[in-house]
Design a protein around this ligand. Structure first.
Ligand code: ADP
Ligand code: MG
Length: 336
């Protein structure tokens, strides 16, 4: 299987590393098609985009016309020889109007319909990245429904359709799970072994891997941030804290919420209690904490995180997205 090229940090090229189980899952989807659109949630920077792009390449190798669209950032990759499709995607991503993102998200669906109806393709894959960010969380459900319609009421008979959407908008999960239109799955940061291989790709002297693991929890984007901060953990946390306005968030909390947050720094599962749901939602909304599903293999793309990992801030029901997120909150709580 050919692995796509990625840039983990400016000037540092790697190929797509590890995620073997996830890629085997793609092959399974390719063999049967996805009966429901697969909707993948995961922490920011855990590797969803890298995975979708690698998955598109895998699907192409398996005979699919595969369209990858990053609606929020107006990017696409089209594994098809239908020039008209490519041209329309180029035009759509060149557009600068305020609704360009929404249009691109919808165009992706139209294009799959056309690949089936007009171009007679029998195996088509649509991979949508950050669609809900582009179209608004309240429309996430409807969007997944239109993906499902594509599968259930295609414009013409087909052999197989694979539809996958990925998002780091934790809150859209509520919107999606109200209906049975999609198959909700989660993806987590990288497992330790694979992550070590990525760590080894970074040039120059570096701190011991065990330290980097504790600091990043296997999140490739956190790894890149550390690298760019010359491996200075304090600077990486500080930059995160300032850029994300963590102090502002903490000031907006009531004294009770603040006490709960302090508790959650020690153990995120403490947030999973009725009276604390408001705070949990707030932390999910600002992408600090993720609500995590049970560790059943069929709910997870690639390897699920461990049941609990207090060192990395992973609980059974809730988890800090990475140790950097947790550390930024811990520091801001001390300072504000
Ligand atoms: N399996 C992987 N192998 C190599 N690089 C990866 C892998 N997963 C992620 N990366 C790199 O880590 C960074 C963050 O990943 P990305 O896919 O953008 O995360 P997400 O979409 O979940 O926010 C990117 O630079 C990406 O290229
Ligand atoms: Mg992404």
């Amino acid at each position: 299987m050919k692995r796509i090229k990625l840039e983990i940090a400016p000037g540092v090229e790697t190929e797509f590393v590890d995620r073997d189980r996830a890629l085997a899952q793609v092959v399974e989807w390719a063999e049967r098609g996805t009966r429901f659109p697969v909707v993948i949630f995961g922490p920011e920077g855990c590797g969803k985009t890298a995975f979708l792009r690698q998955a598109a390449a895998v699907l192409r190798d398996l005979g699919y016309d595969a369209i990858y669209v990053d609606a929020a950032h107006l990017h696409f990759t089209a594994h098809t020889d239908v020039a008209d499709v490519v041209k329309r995607l180029i035009d759509a991503t060149a557009e600068t109007s305020g609704v360009a993102q929404l249009k691109l998200a919808n165009l992706a669906i139209d294009i799959v319909k056309e690949l089936l109806a007009r171009w007679g393709r029998r195996k088509v894959a649509i991979l949508i990245d950050e669609a809900f960010q582009a179209i608004g969380i309240e429309k996430a459900g409807i969007y997944v429904k239109s993906l499902l319609n594509l599968i259930e009421y295609p414009p013409r008979s087909y052999e197989r359709i694979v539809a996958i959407a990925a998002t780091s908008e934790g809150l859209s999960r509520r919107e999606i799970s109200r209906h049975r239109w999609g198959r909700l799955m989660m993806m987590w940061n990288m497992p330790k072994e694979g992550f070590q291989r990525l760590y080894e790709k970074l040039p120059g002297p570096k701190p011991p891997f065990e330290d980097v693991w504790r600091w990043t929890g296997g999140n490739p984007s956190a790894l890149a941030v550390l690298y760019e901060n010359k491996w200075r953990w304090d600077d990486a946390v500080r930059a995160f804290l300032e850029q994300r306005g963590v102090a502002y968030i903490i000031r907006s909390l009531t004294p009770t919420e603040r006490a709960w947050l302090e508790e959650a720094v020690g153990d995120p599962d403490t947030l999973f209690a009725r009276e604390k749901m408001g705070l949990l939602n707030k932390l999910v909304e600002i992408n600090m904490v993720a609500e995590v599903m049970g560790r059943y293999q069929y709910l997870w793309v690639d390897e699920p995180p461990p049941e609990r990992d207090p060192e990395l801030g992973v609980g059974r029901n809730a988890a800090w997205q990475t140790p950097i997120h947790r550390e930024a909150v811990r520091r801001a709580l001390r300072e504000v």
